[in-house]
Design a protein around this ligand. Sequence first.
Ligand code: FES
Ligand code: FES
Length: 176
Amino acid sequence: MIKITLNNKPITLDVDPQMPLLYALRDELQLTGTKFGCGAGQCGACTVHLNGKAIRSCITPVSAIAEQAITTIEGLADTNGTLGESAVQVAWREFKVPQCGYCQSGQMMSAAALLKEIPLPTDEQIIEHMQGNICRCGTYKRIKAAIKSASTNATVTKNGVEIFDARQLANEKQGA
Ligand code: FES
Ligand code: FES
């Protein structure tokens, strides 16, 4: 039995400790937003957050996440006020980023982790951080534009989702 916090809720997993987290999410917990791509840590389709940092769930055994916090795409918008999260999903919609969509939950999880770490990333920082997330449809330009938008937009959108003010956060961090 392995206890974790999943999308802000405590749960217990009764699986082989060596089972990849991706399989536990998809097959045991029916959280199918996280995708299987390469199964070898090379494509980013399976990206989730471990304690707020992006990890590849296909190469992370369940035993490695005991007593820790996992966030999946299903929980990304539920962490009210956590910087970089709902803002990413709003920007993805506004820029119509997905094409086939298969890689996009992993892309958004990586982008959200980036914005938590670096609220106002440069183009180079975005490219460097996102380079492990492969998109066969070639949506990279829209991904970069959406990340830029999510990092700088401080307005309330037409669907009522408030986007955080990354500039203010950056100033606060500098002053801290
Ligand atoms: S499925 Fe995990 S990195 Fe490709
Ligand atoms: S949108 Fe098709 S693989 Fe990225």
